[in-house]
Design a protein around this ligand. Structure first.
Ligand code: G6P
Length: 612
């Protein structure tokens, strides 16, 4: 949620900030703003996207070698020019950008109003900048000290950057529960919510930790302290991000690029971890906890959105292959319902961004009860990756499209590896099945590659159904989470109402919706519940629903029954999600494009949800 970028050095800040904001727009895009110090402290901000900001500032003075930029996803106060960041202090000498939520903003605001402060916006952020100003004036403090003291009075989450007219050679940044990375160049510094705005300028980065505050001078050294005033030695790391991986590379949208990257991202998620010929399967990140994992009495999986769907696939995998009972929970529900959990439990937290606030809070809760937490994250060094005891990264590479695609298949790949490894360790799968499954898993990237050739066929299907008002997605067993994910993709980016259902449950409700207007996507691949799903297809047909069936290559029977069929390569039941989801991603993508929707930045959504 909300993207932050800042620069101090010798170059013009504006182009760096605007390019950075474009890269961060996936985090939020309802308003944008920049502040620069030149002769004055100039602030340009407006409702809308970064391009609207560029138009808004056209012809104005955007010079300056120090500046901050923000792209917003509204929490407190609707998207508007006045609620856009940066926010001014009362004396208009200081500005602040913020990602997160100041939970005690109401009481702070009331106090500040009592002391004569006047607020322009409805945001919690404006309260923070007034608080800093208030402390600075009352206690006559340096800017850094005022920020530090103010943060000690704040409850909630923040990543902030502050600049002040009277301190034109200094950026002050701090974080708690919202990410911030500092890029160190030659006589210049960069700050951003993630490394994408920084990567072409420097590979030397420092990730700020919770409750740390940094001073970034125009010349000189980076200073980091805790908000309790303890000096910290910055840990400089080499950035592992490649510029090409965050550009569209000839595709019309990031989402399409990311769908097409799946053969590679699935392969990368297995790289160095699996060797079918030698029967080797190793996940280095959880090696030290393998015994604990294998002996656990149950596994609780937590996540949100698409990551929760990957968790549902994992439920089937772990119960099927490792015979361990599994519960899958929305992180936001788990944390608020006084869950029964203790040191005998293993928790798997799944998160692409590694920053989702509810997932992070659920982890902290489970940890406080003594459970062992494994992470499955995509972003290396993210808050969730660091909060867990152990884990395995998904190695999907940066995912920019707000609708998750390659992260899902990478998560399912890693969870499959985990389930196979634990099943093998527990002896719940025999040697021959284990070996067969390893080789089948190794063949999945090639099968996904083959599936991508369906793109034109699916584009045609999209043209037939783009005006539908509702969609139903049905699947059983391993295909049920795929039905949920297919429906989620469609509603996220095309705004068509869609529901995913276990195929048999359809009879208990959604069947009432079916008529000749209703497209029903059924995952009806050959496997354990094939015959049952075929019966469900007949039930839909009897009510004149339009069947789009995802079938196993060469299955003429279901092809004959369905109005349209999408053929996918044969595989074991356990790996169906990795294949069946791909045509559903493409279907959602093409429908959204044909409806003229903004595929990479769907309305109201954000990639990384750092609010609760
Ligand atoms: C947001 C994104 C989804 C994502 C979910 C969980 O809603 O738009 O694509 O699945 O958050 O995010 P995470 O980063 O924890 O996987």
């Amino acid at each position: 949620m909300c993207g932050i970028v800042a620069y101090i050095g010798q170059r013009e800040a504006w182009p760096i900030l605007i390019k950075g904001l474009h890269r961060l727009e996936y985090r939020g895009y309802d308003s944008a703003g920049v502040a620069l110090i030149n002769k004055d402290l100039a602030v340009y901000k407006c409702k809308g996207k970064v391009d609207d900001l560029v138009n808004h500032a056209a012809g104005k003075d955007t010079s300056g070698t120090i500046g901050i930029g923000h792209t917003r996803w509204a929490t407190h106060g609707p998207p508007s020019d006045v609620n856009a960041h940066p926010h001014y202090s009362g004396n208009k000498k200081m500005v602040l950008i913020h990602n997160g939520i100041i939970e005690n903003y109401a009481s702070l605001k009331a106090e500040l109003i009592n002391r004569g402060h006047v607020f322009e916006s409805e945001t919690d952020t404006e309260v923070l900048v007034h608080l800093i100003e208030d402390i600075q004036t009352r206690e006559n403090l340096e800017l850094f000290e005022a920020v530090r003291v103010a943060l000690n009075g704040v409850v909630g989450a923040y990543a902030i950057v502050v600049i002040a007219k009277d301190n034109p050679d200094q950026l002050i940044a701090a974080r708690k529960s919202s990410p911030l990375v500092i890029g160190i160049g030659q006589d210049e510094f960069f700050i951003a919510s993630d490394a994408t705005p920084i990567v072409e300028y420097t590979k030397n980065v420092v990730y700020l930790d919770d409750e740390q505050i940094a001073i970034l001078p125009r010349k000189g050294e980076l200073v980091i302290k805790t908000i309790k005033n303890k000096r910290i030695t910055p840990y400089i790391q080499e950035l592992q991000l490649q510029l090409e991986s965050i550009e569209k590379g000839g595709y019309d949208h990031f989402m399409l690029k990311e769908i097409f990257e799946q053969p590679r991202s699935i392969k990368d998620s297995m790289r160095g971890r699996i060797n079918a010929r030698e029967g080797v399967l190793a996940l280095g990140g959880i090696r030290d906890y393998i015994q604990k994992f294998a002996n656990t009495r149950r596994i609780i999986i937590i996540g949100c959105g698409t990551s929760w769907h990957a968790g549902l696939v994992a439920e089937y995998l772990f119960e099927d292959l490792a015979r361990i009972p599994v519960e899958v929970e929305y992180a936001s529900e788990f944390r608020y319902r006084n869950p029964v959990i203790d040191e005998n439990d293993v928790v798997i937290a799944i998160s692409q961004s590694g920053e989702t606030a509810d997932t992070l809070a659920a982890i902290e809760l489970a940890k406080s009860k003594g459970a062992t937490i494994f992470g499955v994250c995509n972003v290396v060094g993210s808050s969730i990756a660091r909060a867990t005891h152990a884990g395995s990264y998904t190695h999907a590479g940066p995912e920019i499209g707000v609708a998750s695609t390659k992260a899902f298949t990478a998560q399912v790949t890693v969870l499959t590896l985990m389930a196979l490894m634990i099943g093998h360790k527990r002896g719940t799968i025999n040697e021959s099945t284990y070996h067969t499954m390893l080789s089948e898993l190794e063949s999945i990237p090639d099968k996904v590659e083959k599936l991508l050739h369906l793109n034109d066929q699916i584009k045609y299907l999209a043209s037939l159904f783009k005006d539908a008002r509702n969609f139903l997605y049905l699947g059983r067993s391993y295909s049920f989470p795929v039905a949920l994910e297919g429906a989620l993709k469609l509603k996220e980016i095309s705004y068509i109402h869609a529901e995913g259902y276990p195929a048999a449950e359809m009879k208990h409700g959604p069947i009432a919706l079916i008529d000749e207007e209703m497209p029903v996507v059924v995952i009806a691949t050959k496997g354990a519940s094939y015959e049952k799903v075929v019966s469900n297809i007949q039930e839909v047909k009897a009510r004149k629903g339009k069947i789009i069936a995802v079938v196993t290559e060469g299955d003429e029977d279901v092809k004959g029954m369905a109005d349209y069929a999408i053929e996918i390569p044969a595989t074991a039941d356990q790996f169906i999600p990795l294949l069946a989801v791909v045509p559903l991603q493409l279907l959602a993508y093409h429908i959204a494009v044909l409806r003229g929707c903004n595929v990479d930045q769907p309305r109201n959504l954000a990639k990384s949800v750092t609010v609760e």
